[in-house]
Design a protein around this ligand. Structure first.
Ligand SMILES: *Cc1c(COP(=O)(O)O)cnc(C)c1O
Length: 377
């Protein structure tokens, strides 16, 4: 293994050697052909990750900058219905409140989004819907296709955060009627933190706000994206762009379908371990929601502290995530996104299993074997 510490978090994830090397270059001109080619090639692969023919723009800023760009350019002054069933859904709603008139449609974190309430909000004139595709804080995959259908039926724009699904799970922006989709670099793409990418539909462009932010003005990104060589409006984080281009070259080599299948297999193996340990998954599902294929959230067993579990695992050099906000100490989350493969998964599960047994949890079965069986299939 390349790293002395293993990050099994839902971002940031370990960055392959090739990608790290790409950041070490001497500076290049961001108005030159080499940068333009790296940007264009990145956009090409990102389109495949997003499942879209739409143009994609890369922003210097973390995933949240992408979220803000989406809402500030297309949601300004609009009535926004924000589906919230976790931390990131709440964040999109809060951004919506700054830019427009956003109303949260709340579900308990980790329970399905409320499609009936959404239909009602749309009937009452909501012009934009926001949703997190893969709600990282709760390990739940939300029904993008159904939400897209509803939004389109009422002629509303659909903004979808795909920060922990794009590049790891099946995403079909065009087929699902998504108007603006967002990804961050340090999650499934396995690139360093600090970049976001935003894909925009023609319908969204037709409705772009008059009064837009300056640095995150997507119309400026669009205009400069058409230049030869391809450019960003202002000086981008060039080393990160070069690293992202390399990470995307790896994705192209693997192939999107193979990459999705790998993410499905890895997360299925983690779920098998959780079941064998006798623990409960955190999400509550319905017919259209699913467990995340990139991060697994399980309930913390009774009487086990966050420190007893994650602290022990950390001592062994492996970092898994805890719960956010009111879920602190109530759940733990194992990321399985990016370049992750069987050795990292098995080492992590063996260590978590050790920590569970050490903490005195009764009846902890062999999760490592259960996971290995999935990986071996
Ligand atoms: C990580 C994440 C983000 C963005 O967070 P940043 O820290 O700004 O990169 C947004 N949405 C989801 C679902 C995420 O998991």
């Amino acid at each position: 293994m390349e790293n002395e510490r293993l990050l099994m978090l839902p971002g940031p994830v370990p960055v392959p050697e090739r990608v790290r090397q790409a950041m070490m270059r001497q500076a290049i001109n961001h108005r030159g052909p080499e940068f333009g080619a790296a940007y264009a090639e990145s956009v090409d692969v990102l389109k495949d990750c997003f499942g879209t023919k739409n143009e994609v723009y890369i922003i210097s800023g973390s995933g949240t900058a992408g979220m803000e760009a989406a809402i500030a350019n297309f949601g300004q002054g609009k009535k926004i219905a924000s589906l919230v069933n976790g931390k990131f859904g709440e964040r999109l709603w809060k951004i919506g409140q700054r830019c427009g008139e956003a109303t949260a449609i709340n579900s308990e974190w980790g329970t399905p989004v409320d499609l009936d309430a959404l239909a009602e909000a749309l009937e009452n004139g909501a012009e934009m819907v926001t949703m997190i595709h893969n709600e990282t804080s709760a390990g739940i995959l939300n029904p993008a296709k159904d939400v897209g259908k509803l939004a389109r039926k009422h002629d509303a724009l659909f903004v979808m955060d795909g920060v922990t699904s794009v590049g790891g799970d099946d995403v079909r922006m065009d087929e699902w009627n998504v108007d603006v989709a967002i990804v961050g670099s340090q999650k499934c793409l396995a690139a360093p933190a600090g970049l976001a990418a935003v894909a925009v539909s023609d319908r969204a462009w037709e409705r772009i706000a008059e009064k837009r932010p300056f640095y995150l003005d997507l119309a400026a990104y669009r205009k400069n994206g058409k230049n030869t060589p391809m450019e960003t409006p202002y000086t981008p984080a060039v080393p990160l762009f070069l690293a992202l281009a390399e990470a995307l070259a790896i994705i192209k080599e693997e192939g999107m379908q193979a990459r999705i299948a790998r993410h499905h297999r890895m997360s299925a193996s983690v779920r098998a371990a959780v079941a064998a340990w006798g623990l409960e998954m955190f999400p509550t599902l319905d017919a259209v929601s699913a467990y995340s294929n990139t991060v697994t959230a399980a309930k913390m067993p009774e009487g086990v502290t966050d420190n007893a579990l994650r602290g022990t695992v950390k001592k062994m050099g492996i970092e898994i995530a805890g719960g956010q906000d009111h879920l602190k100490g109530k759940i733990f989350r194992i990321g399985s996104m990016g370049a992750v493969s069987a050795p990292e998964i098995l080492a992590t599960l063996a260590t978590v299993q050790y920590a569970l047994r050490k903490a005195g949890v009764a009846g902890v079965g062999d999760g490592v074997e259960a996971a290995a069986e999935v990986l071996d299939a």
